[in-house]
Design a protein around this ligand. Structure first.
Ligand code: ATP
Ligand code: MG
Length: 264
């Protein structure tokens, strides 16, 4: 899908975005070899070079969230297929490695849920059934991944009116429970794209901040600006450049350190 077919050229990288937008580019993720699923996701493997982009993102985000006293963050993008679920899963895995920091990953992309597949989780009961008000309590849905401190709340495909569920009592209860977790816990919500339907906006209203995944060479400036307007007033924590090919030009100045990684 491209909602804006005739738009100005797409964003080339964090520097061009920073020049155009009042938004911090808080990191980038290059094309990573397809990670293994489940407890072997690269984000869990701090010694694996492929986990480095996620570890850098993790540090930036923890800092950003601390600045606002926030703990509930959503991940979305203007259009589909930007890598939201991929980034959300690896970032959640990476965060959970920090002195076993309690991390929760919630799949709220009810129509195109993929988190269960990424972590190798099987149904049938997931968040859709919980949001529909079936006789299911949240603890029945949450799954700890291996022996990590990451708990995933998966969604399994089912035909539903997702927008209705996004404004229902059950979603409010889910968010309230996430807020009630201890101070250290971080909760990541994988959301649908902003332009797909109302869902991302309806959930974003209830969260502390949003991470926007920007696909290098694909997402346009106009798409990004429209998304920011639609998500207002939820704070945008920053943008992540996915499938980034800038390599050594990373804004942290750590390029040399990762030369081996980028060239491998
Ligand atoms: N940096 C990356 N390196 C390697 N593969 C990636 C990367 N980013 C995304 N992918 C792959 O691209 C595909 C699409 O990514 P993903 O499902 O995360 O996108 P999405 O934005 O969540 O899509 P949707 O809008 O359908 O929810 C997946 O197969 C994912 O594994
Ligand atoms: Mg997704």
């Amino acid at each position: 899908m491209n909602s804006f077919p005739n738009l100005p050229k797409s964003l080339g990288g964090p520097k061009s975005a920073a020049a155009l937008l009042p938004l911090p580019g808080i990191g980038e993720v290059p094309e990573v070899d397809q990670p293994e699923i489940g407890p072997k996701l690269v984000g869990f493997e701090s010694k694996d070079a492929r986990s480095r982009p996620f570890n850098l993102l993790r540090a930036q985000l923890i800092k950003k969230l601390a600045e606002t006293n926030g703990r509930l963050m959503g991940i979305t993008s203007p259009a589909p297929n930007a890598g939201k679920s991929f980034v959300a899963s690896n970032l959640a895995a990476s965060m959970s490695q920090l002195s076993n920091k309690r991390t929760i990953l919630i799949d709220l992309d009810l129509r195109r849920a993929t988190i269960a597949r990424i972590f190798g989780l099987e149904g049938p009961e997931g968040l859709t059934e919980y949001l529909l008000g079936d006789e299911i309590a949240l603890p029945q849905i949450g799954r700890r991944i291996g022996d990590s401190s990451l708990v995933v709340y998966p969604t399994f495909p089912a035909p539903v009116n997702s927008a209705e569920l996004m404004v229902g009592d059950r979603l409010h209860e889910l968010v309230a429970r996430a807020r009630a977790l201890d101070d250290d816990a971080i909760v990541i919500f994988d959301l649908p794209p902003v332009f797909a339907n109302d869902d991302a906006m309806l959930v974003a209203e209830q969260l502390d901040g949003i991470l926007l995944v920007v696909e290098q060479g694909v997402t346009t400036k106009k798409q990004l600006q429209s998304s920011i307007q639609l998500l207002h007033p939820t704070p945008i924590l920053g943008t992540i450049f996915n499938r980034f090919t800038g390599g050594a030009g990373d804004p942290y100045g750590y390029g040399g350190k990762y030369d081996g990684y980028y060239s491998s």
